[in-house]
Design a protein around this ligand. Structure first.
Ligand SMILES: [Zn+2]
Length: 186
């Protein structure tokens, strides 16, 4: 029974949004790029051409590392879950299902606030720790509100709360899968 419901759940899973960290998340590295370009120009003007080529190489290297590390982090919001994937080839993925999310929050450092970016974290029920974090994403409060809205709509559309254990379960369930509370045809 549980398996069937879980498969049904996966089938209806639609990808709503896919994020990477904001380019502004790497402002430190872009600042280094700027310094490196300035050094390149100065060296070129003073005829240290070989050194200026070296700094062009350094600039490109820093820029590529930004592109690469940004692509390493992929954050996905689907109709049923939030996911964080780290890695391009070897992948590490963490996921929280919408109805297991207990808390959605935003953390913004002073630097992040200037650029309108921040971390969105999703804490799941059951464990005390934060399980999925969208780090350095643009418009973090909008993402938080969207996920909260999705979660609320799932809870009200096809879920009900078990009066005995408080878990959200499928509205058609006649017996709670967590505590075996019987609904008696309600
Ligand atoms: Zn229950």
């Amino acid at each position: 029974m549980t398996n069937f419901l879980e498969k049904d759940n996966e089938k209806n899973d639609k990808i709503i949004e896919v994020f990477h960290p904001s380019w502004f998340n790497y402002f430190g590295l872009f600042f280094l790029c700027g310094i490196s370009i300035a050094i390149t120009v100065i060296l070129f003007l003073f005829n240290f051409q070989v050194w200026s080529y070296f700094f062009i190489f350094v600039t490109v290297l820093i820029f590529l590392s930004v592109v690469f590390s940004r692509l390493t982090y992929t954050y996905t919001v689907t109709s049923n879950s939030v996911r964080c994937r780290i890695g391009i080839i070897a992948r590490e993925e963490s996921e929280i299902r919408m109805n297991d999310i207990r808390e959605v929050g935003v953390r913004q450092g002073a630097g992040q606030r200037i650029f309108g970016i921040g971390d969105v974290y999703f804490a799941s029920a059951g464990t005390n720790g934060v399980e999925v974090i969208f780090e350095g994403v643009r418009a973090p409060t909008t993402i938080r509100d969207e996920v909260n809205e999705l979660r609320d709509s799932i809870e009200t559309s096809d879920k009900k709360r078990c009066p005995q254990c408080g878990e959200f379960i499928w509205i058609k369930a006649k017996v709670c899968p967590h505590c075996y509370y019987a609904f008696n045809g309600k």
